[in-house]
Design a protein around this ligand. Structure first.
Ligand SMILES: Nc1ncnc2c1ncn2[C@@H]1O[C@H](COP(=O)(O)OP(=O)(O)OP(=O)(O)O)[C@@H](O)[C@H]1O
Length: 273
């Protein structure tokens, strides 16, 4: 339904390649997680998949009806929350009445119905993030691309977005997401990819939840090397700290690798997440 074929992307003439030689075929009715350390090109990949950016080389094929939630939602548009969602629904081909009904339903599902008539520019960050999620769901897209769409949502809205994703997949859509929580939708993910050194690596091991309990390791050190045991999910923290999360079966090997790394790592703590 959407395919990237030998895709490369760089910004500016002669700039470094952010992605190169990327092949990816999205299938209908699948949930795909994209991982990778900070700045590796996850957002770039998602924008290419969503079709709001074009490859510098290679080809992006397939034109499913697509919706996208960016990392930062451009909220400074002259609409109320409900007006904006209705407008987007109309752009996607819904009748005015259906668009307005769906807009109301999604605002309610995300717990933002009290702000239906609030101008976008006056919404709190959390509510704006709810509108960002709602705008992507209003027209039941065939391809849904979520770039850290859970960030900034309250617990209930995060759970609602999990449900909405599961519904889209059950309805035959492809959903691609990036999220810092390694457990996000772990039971439901069909395929995981990591963006590494400009390429895309398919993760073959099962999703974390399927391999038992997780271990969390808090470390301070340089940017983590690639290829650590257990393919840990990485969350950067303040002041050079990182949190690595791996299946418990890989934690001893991971700790050994961190302790013997050059330059060395300082392990601050090991816990159950
Ligand atoms: N519009 C742009 N113009 C110039 N450089 C860009 C642009 N967008 C991204 N980049 C660069 O491309 C590289 C990859 O960025 P990208 O945002 O895709 O990574 P990411 O993995 O999503 O990062 P993060 O985890 O921090 O969101 C970075 O070096 C970034 O500075």
């Amino acid at each position: 339904m959407r395919t990237l074929s030998s895709v490369g992307r760089r910004y500016g003439i002669g700039g470094p390649w952010v992605l190169r030689g990327v092949d990816l075929e999205l299938a209908a009715g699948t949930l795909v997680r994209v991982e990778g350390t900070n700045g590796t090109g996850k957002s770039t990949l998602l924008r290419l998949l969503a079709g709001i950016d074009a490859p510098t080389e290679g080809r992006a094929l397939g034109r499913p009806r697509t919706a996208y939630v960016p990392e930062r939602f451009p909220a400074a548009l002259p609409f109320t929350a409900a007006g904006y969602l209705t407008h987007l629904g109309r752009i996607h081909g819904l009748s005015r009445r259906t668009a307005a009904t769906r807009a109301g339903e999604w605002l309610e599902r995300f717990g933002a119905d009290a702000h239906a008539r609030t101008p976008l520019a006056e919404l709190s960050k959390g509510t704006s993030q709810k509108v960002a999620a709602a705008q992507a769901l209003v027209a039941a897209p065939e391809l849904l691309v979520l770039d850290e769409a859970w960030t900034g949502l309250d617990t209930a809205a995060r759970a609602e977005l999990d449900r909405a994703v599961a519904e889209r997949v059950a309805d035959g859509a492809a959903v691609v997401f990036v999220d810092h929580d390694p457990r996000r939708l772990a039971d439901a993910v069909d395929t995981r990819y990591a963006v590494e050194r400009g390429g895309l690596v398919r993760r073959t091991e099962a999703a974390h939840s399927a391999v038992g309990p997780l271990v969390r390791v808090d470390v301070v050190g340089p940017v983590p090397p690639e290829g650590l045991p257990g393919a840990p999910a990485l969350t950067p923290g303040p002041d050079g700290t990182h949190t690595l999360t791996v299946p418990a079966a890989h934690s001893d090997a991971l700790l050994r690798a961190l302790l013997t790394a050059r330059p060395p790592w300082h392990i601050q703590g090991v816990s159950r997440p």
